[in-house]
Ligand binder design. Structure first.
Ligand code: B12
Ligand SMILES: C[S@@+](CC[C@H](N)C(=O)[O-])C[C@H]1O[C@@H](n2cnc3c(N)ncnc32)[C@H](O)[C@@H]1O
Ligand code: SF4
Length: 456
């Protein structure tokens, strides 16, 4: 491998993916950049959606800044084929050592290292401690095999160091670097912020729980004080008015989680901030009193993991929620005029006609209970994706029904008639989406931060 001795910078890349139409702030890279800079390493963030994806241009930057390590984040498993192609180009042009990280690479580490010899290292788990340690060791010509949390290669041999436990106290991490925020604000009007890591749920299809449970506590919360201080900084420094909480589960468990959410809402109100924000949470978090307070504080939009209108399916997904709780949460949010985007999964490998009928009936009930206006559209062909690291993936592999590899996977639904119905629905949905796009109509229904209207 080419030597990185005497090099002094790190370039962190948020890659492009065809399916991503709007740029977003990659907070993971923001945290990594903050930690690298804190440890004295010059760090550049290259966001391909904002700065372009031309490998030649990136290679020029690598040379100008004396970059000794390129870091690439693979956030979405389905983007991996595209990202690997870019990694190959970059390696050919720069010959600089390259490290990859993220939830998906953590679980598909061996496979990715084998499929893509251009990757030199994969960081397993959170990168805030591992990456600076790797960089300092590499730049000093030390033994990188001694750095915990890595998979690496020496010649044709792969090696792996022990997992590194995740950072214990989130309040002790530096706030993420905000290099891309001004451009993002111009394009979307909204800043991202992260108030926790992990989730107290255990859904069979979700890689969030798999990832955080592997390296430490299932869920960690930042203190309300630290979150409010970062929100104040973002308002003062960047003029942020709209915040998207990136937390997979903003509220957290009963007790401490609920108390912290209340403290954040009360903190916003006490400071008299005129702000708006969005969160993601579980249905059983939605309590009238707490959400009335959150609404007063500026909560306008909730991504809610409803998943199904069939109790059998909810149980199969290990959702630990009931159909009644789904309806109750939707009603509370609709009554408070909070826009809801439902996480809904119509199909999995064991879907039956009866369950589909239960879903249809449920969605009708939802419309009756909530009125249409404050709901995002449900994707009729949403299907469980067997993401790396999830128990769904493990089971499909065990049953020898997982086809392909983590870059291109598929599985058939057990009931052949449901499988046929699913394929037909995919076809019709695809055609209808294309017609809508051709007519200039929107495929999605979204909340408009500026006007408070629903964009169709
Ligand atoms: C906010 C969010 C979004 C936002 C913005 C994404 C972003 N990255 O900020 C948006 C709205 C764009 C989004 C969209 C989608 N998302 Co999303 N999203 C999230 C969420 C909830 C938080 C991301 C985040 O801020 N993480 C916090 C930072 C600190 O963590 P991180 O980025 O993982 O980085 C850390 C480590 O992973 C590691 N690391 C990461 N990169 C690198 C790189 C290097 C070099 C190193 C060393 C380390 C390293 O170190 C970082 C610091 O510790 C995650 C779940 C989660 N908790 O991660 C899902 C998640 C990433 N999304 C997911 C999915 C599936 C989607 C969609 C495809 C859903 C859909 N069907 O539409 C879409 C994508 C595309 C589209 N069509 O729009 C899945 C991906 C699963 C997978 N394995 O592929 C996740 C994991 C959720 C899940 N339940 O499984 N998402
Ligand atoms: C962050 S959660 C939503 C909020 C909250 N954590 C919850 O589950 O109630 C992300 C959503 O993405 C969808 N999702 C996650 N993993 C998926 C997978 N493997 N296949 C299909 N959909 C998935 C689910 O609808 C899930 O509700
Ligand atoms: S509640 Fe949401 S974030 Fe938590 S494990 Fe389930 S799907 Fe994942």
């Amino acid at each position: 491998m080419p030597s990185s001795k005497h090099k002094r910078s790190v370039l962190l890349i948020n890659p492009k993916w065809r399916q991503l139409t709007e740029p977003y702030e990659h907070l993971g890279l923001g945290y990594l950049a903050a930690c690298l800079r804190q440890s004295g390493i010059n760090t550049i963030i290259w966001d391909m959606l904002l700065m372009g994806s031309d490998a030649g241009q990136i290679a020029e930057k690598v040379q100008q800044e004396q970059v000794g390590l390129i870091g690439v984040s693979i956030t979405f498993q389905q983007s991996a084929t595209e990202v690997l192609a870019k990694i190959r180009q970059l390696k050919e042009l720069t010959q600089v050592p390259l490290v990859v990280g993220g939830i998906y690479p953590t679980f598909a580490a061996q496979e990715l290292m084998t499929l893509c010899p251009e990757i030199d290292y994969i960081v397993k788990g959170e990168g805030e401690e591992t990456l600076p340690e790797l960089v300092h060791t590499l730049f000093a010509g030390g033994d990188v095999k001694k750095v915990p949390g890595l998979l690496g290669r020496t010649g044709a041999t792969l090696w792996e160091s022990p997992d590194r436990p995740s950072a214990a106290k989130l309040d002790e991490l530096p706030w993420p670097a905000r290099d891309t925020l001004p451009q993002i604000l111009e394009k979307t009007g909204c800043a991202s912020i992260l108030s926790s890591r992990g989730c107290y749920g255990r859904c069979s299809f979700c890689s969030v729980d798999a990832f955080f449970s592997r390296f430490g506590p299932k869920m960690r919360l930042r203190s309300a004080g630290d979150v409010l201080a970062e929100m104040e900084y973002l308002q003062k420094e960047y003029g942020v008015k709209n915040f998207a909480f990136n937390d997979a589960e903003f509220i957290g468990s009963k007790g401490r989680g609920r108390a912290r959410a209340k403290e954040i809402a009360e903190g916003i109100l006490a400071r008299g901030w005129q702000i708006q924000f969005s969160i993601q949470c579980r249905v059983n978090d939605v309590e009238e009193e707490l959400f009335t307070l959150l609404k007063k504080a500026g909560l306008r939009k909730v991504f809610l993991g409803v998943e199904s209108g069939s109790q059998a399916v909810l149980d199969r997904f290990q959702k630990d929620a009931t159909v009644e709780e789904n309806l109750k949460a939707l009603k509370i949010l609709a009554d408070l005029d909070i826009f809801v985007a439902m996480g809904f999964i119509m199909f999995d490998d064991r879907t039956s006609f009866n369950e589909l009928a239960e879903n249809m009936q449920f969605l009708q009930q939802v419309r009756a209970v909530t009125g249409k206006a404050y709901l995002a559209k449900v994707d009729p062909v949403s299907k469980v994706l067997p993401f790396a690291g999830t128990s769904v993936e493990a089971r499909l592999k065990e049953e020898k029904r997982y086809r392909g590899n983590s870059l291109a996977f598929d599985y058939a639904i057990k009931d052949p008639l449901v499988e046929v119905l699913y394929r037909l629905l995919c076809l019709f949905t695809n055609i209808s989406r294309r017609v809508k796009v051709w007519r200039g109509q929107s495929v999605y229904r979204e909340y408009d931060w500026e006007t408070g209207d629903i964009k169709h």
